[in-house]
Design a protein around this ligand. Structure first.
Ligand SMILES: Cc1ncc(COP(=O)(O)O)c(C=O)c1O
Length: 369
């Protein structure tokens, strides 16, 4: 039996480097509520990412829900069906109606050309996703938002460390939301964050993630408990030291996949990203008819060898029962998203993936056996 290879394997720093942080926490008994590790991680992330303000959260989903609250979004929000369910679940948790719009063929992100026709008098915001960390067409989306006075909240769960035209991708839009889940490029076991441009918005978000308290006795909004704990923040500080190395290793793996798989009939590899710095958070390939085997047959074949590639994102969000009845969820409205969703396969990519294991994955795909 060969060893199991998953689509990702969480990066962790050496355990002995984490122990002194744990000792500090045990000594201080400051476990949460914006303690010293939390504050230090916020400051270091602002430096590393090239952003002005960040508010750390217990996970990306609660951060998305809170981001919508912070901007008082209501009514309808235009979003993509080609994402993880948390994107539109965050709308439902705010009693907002998701309106799905199809994606672009190159980036798999929300197609700006189709947004305008989905706007109604009830539309208040656009929630695009930088899918696989590939930047959305941020300029075109901003133009539409400005014309119609809409807010933009980017689900940037995949976009840690990505730069666009030399600037952090997280600086586009009104707010950007990160996930630091175990499967992400930068993880704090569980975790997330909202990136925002000004101190007043950060203060509002900080209050909202602490039940709406603004001081010991005053509650100004029905906030939630979204605070990141000191253990997660302390781990994040260590992870940050390794972030560049981890992204470089991902880049090397992506290069090898590209070299080997771009020659295989019926396999479409991603074009090199136009981002000025990309994070290689996923390695998505498309399987078309020329491959001689369907995407699902390849997925099953890899499984037989204990290689667990993932069909991100299949099924589309719009296909789940809680979304299916929306008129924007109709298949005819989302032809490209359906096509991509039926052809996509994300291959294993993570800093510790050995060349030997990667060569094995490549050879199974190349030989179709
Ligand atoms: C696009 C996207 N949005 C949101 C989330 C939710 O983040 P979290 O798992 O930190 O709640 C994830 C992944 O987990 C994601 O991939």
């Amino acid at each position: 039996m060969s060893k199991k290879i998953y689509v990702t394997n969480p990066f962790l720093p050496p355990l002995e480097e984490f122990l002194p942080s744990l000792e500090k926490i045990w000594e201080s008994r400051v476990l949460t509520n914006g303690g010293p590790f939390h504050q230090e991680l916020e400051a270091k992330l602002c430096d590393y990412l090239g952003i002005e303000h960040i508010s750390l959260f217990t996970n990306g989903t609660i951060a998305l829900v809170t981001a919508l609250q912070a901007l008082r979004i209501s009514g309808e929000v235009i979003t993509t069906p080609y994402s993880f369910v948390a994107t539109s679940h965050s709308l439902i948790w705010n009693s907002i109606k998701p309106v799905f719009v199809d994606i672009e063929p190159e980036t798999f992100n929300l197609d700006p050309k189709l947004i305008e026709s989905a706007i109604t008098p009830a539309t208040t915001a656009i929630m695009p996703v930088h899918c696989y960390g590939v930047p959305c067409d941020v300029k075109a989306i901003k133009k539409i938002a400005d014309n119609y006075n809409l807010k933009i909240i980017y689900d940037a769960a995949h976009a840690f460390g990505v730069k666009h035209e030399g600037e952090s991708l997280l600086n586009y839009g009104d707010l950007s939301v990160l996930s630091f889940h175990a499967t992400k490029v930068f993880n704090t076991f569980e975790g997330g964050a909202i990136v925002c441009p000004d101190a007043a918005t950060k203060k509002r978000i900080d209050n909202l993630k602490n039940f709406g308290f603004i001081d010991e006795t005053t509650v100004v909004a029905p906030g939630i408990n979204g605070k990141m704990s000191e253990i997660n923040a302390a781990l994040g500080l260590l992870q940050l030291k390794y972030a560049d190395t981890a992204i470089q290793k991902r880049s090397d793996i992506a290069t090898l996949y590209r070299q080997a798989l771009s020659k295989v009939n019926g396999v479409i590899v991603p074009s090199p990203s136009k981002a000025s710095r990309y994070n290689h958070s996923y390695y998505p390939i498309l399987i078309d008819q020329g491959f001689g085997m369907s995407r699902d047959e390849l997925y099953d074949l890899l499984k037989k060898y204990d290689i667990f590639a993932r069909r991100y994102f299949y099924p589309l969000i719009s296909e789940h029962p809680m979304y299916r009845s929306l008129s924007s969820a109709k298949r005819a409205n989302l032809p490209l998203a359906h096509k991509i969703s039926n052809q996509i396969l994300c291959l294993p990519i993570y800093p510790d993936l050995s060349q030997e294991d990667q060569t094995r994955i490549i050879s199974i795909i190349t030989n179709r056996a």
